[in-house]
Design a protein around this ligand. Structure first.
Ligand code: SF4
Ligand code: SF4
Length: 348
């Protein structure tokens, strides 16, 4: 089945489950343009913290390549997420944020939260993502945090005027106190909590009966935990193609990847920022099947799977006559049932 030029989705309106992740929307499912909707930039590999679960990559961007990329794709770009390492350690972060803002693109900043409050405010960022894995300052500092009191204070102050999403990684150190930690973080006034489990410490937390419906990401993840669903990995029936690689781009150093999870887990770059980015990504998309890629099979995130499943369903419901790009799981380059079965047997 093929999609592309036509935008008639009357056959099947998109309806992804409520995940709370701002970048996963029905509007975006309908996006089928020649640019990019969402971009993640790993701006630096440097960070003064030493979190045990850190999987940052040691690479630096070339700033002129980033400016060139923004200039070329500013019309379609809705959101640029700056991450690291610690972006506040990147010399010139202020100028990068200014450039993004002046092109009318929303900015998200993933930070360890330890920089001066005034510097954060001066960036003009729309959304902050800050990690906080405990309420106990001593434990936080043993985990590798610096200035843990300052981090907590920044979360509280920034939450008064900005969207702040706290990343809470559950592991064997905090799993028994997870409910108390959630309550502590919510009392800081945050907008939401991005609950996750340390990839290499596969604990399964238990939750009380509190109503978290005001916090969509937290609510989504807790519901999944209660259903004993893992945050990462594909299900056997997930034979979709990774359409996110067409509307998203993740930049690490001088290269671009399908997503940051893929880069962090050792996946190969799709291409160079100096190349024909969109063409390279379309080719990668066409030849790639998540179900037979061991990184996707093991590490893809739940909300990204929701997007790809719905994109696949929506696209497959379109009329072939209106479409130009292969997208649904029955496309010729998708994994054959035999290949899928073999990869399952190999434990890929
Ligand atoms: S704050 Fe983030 S980048 Fe820094 S060490 Fe911790 S996980 Fe890694
Ligand atoms: S991990 Fe998920 S989002 Fe990333 S390339 Fe694989 S299927 Fe796509």
């Amino acid at each position: 089945m093929i999609i592309g030029a036509g935008q008639d989705t009357a056959h099947r309106a998109p309806n992804i489950p409520e995940t709370g992740f701002s970048e996963i929307t029905n509007e975006r499912i309908l996006y089928d343009g020649d640019g990019f909707w969402y971009c993640e930039i790993m701006i630096t590999g440097t960070c003064s913290f030493s979190c045990s679960y850190c999987n940052r990559l040691k690479s630096e961007i070339k700033i002129n390549q980033i400016y060139g990329f923004i200039e070329k794709y500013k019309i379609s770009l809705r959101h640029i997420q700056i991450t690291g390492g610690e972006p506040m350690e990147f010399i010139g972060i202020e100028k990068v944020c200014n450039t993004i803002k002046s092109n009318g693109v929303k900015i998200g900043l993933s930070t360890n939260g330890s920089a001066d409050y005034d510097r954060y405010v001066g960036l003009g960022v729309d959304m902050f993502s800050i990690s906080l894995d405990d309420y106990d300052v001593n434990i936080l500092e043993k985990r590798g945090y610096k200035n843990a009191c300052g981090v907590i204070s920044n979360i509280q102050k920034l939450s008064q005027h900005s969207y702040v999403n706290v990343g809470l990684v559950i592991d064997s150190i905090n799993v028994k106190r997870v409910n108390e930690i959630i309550e502590f973080i919510l009392r800081l006034g945050v907008s939401d909590i991005k609950l996750s489990v340390n990839t290499h410490d596969n604990v399964m937390p238990t939750f009380g009966k509190n109503d978290y419906s005001k916090y969509p990401i937290l609510n989504y993840r807790i519901r999944r935990f209660k259903e004993k669903k893992f945050m990462r990995g594909l299900n056997k029936e997930d034979t979709f193609k990774c359409a996110l690689a067409l509307s998203d781009i993740s930049i690490v150093g001088e290269n671009h990847y399908p997503c940051l999870v893929y880069a962090r887990e050792g996946g190969i770059a799709i291409g160079s920022l100096d190349g024909d980015i969109k063409t390279d990504r379309k080719l990668w998309y066409k030849n790639h099947s998540p179900i037979i890629d061991s990184i996707c099979r093991k590490y893809c995130m739940d909300f990204k799977c929701e997007f790809n499943r719905e994109k696949d369903r929506t696209s497959c419901a379109k009329s072939p006559a209106q479409n130009t790009v292969e997208i649904c799981h029955t496309a010729p380059n998708s994994a054959s049932p035999k290949a899928v079965q073999e990869s399952l047997e190999l434990g890929l």
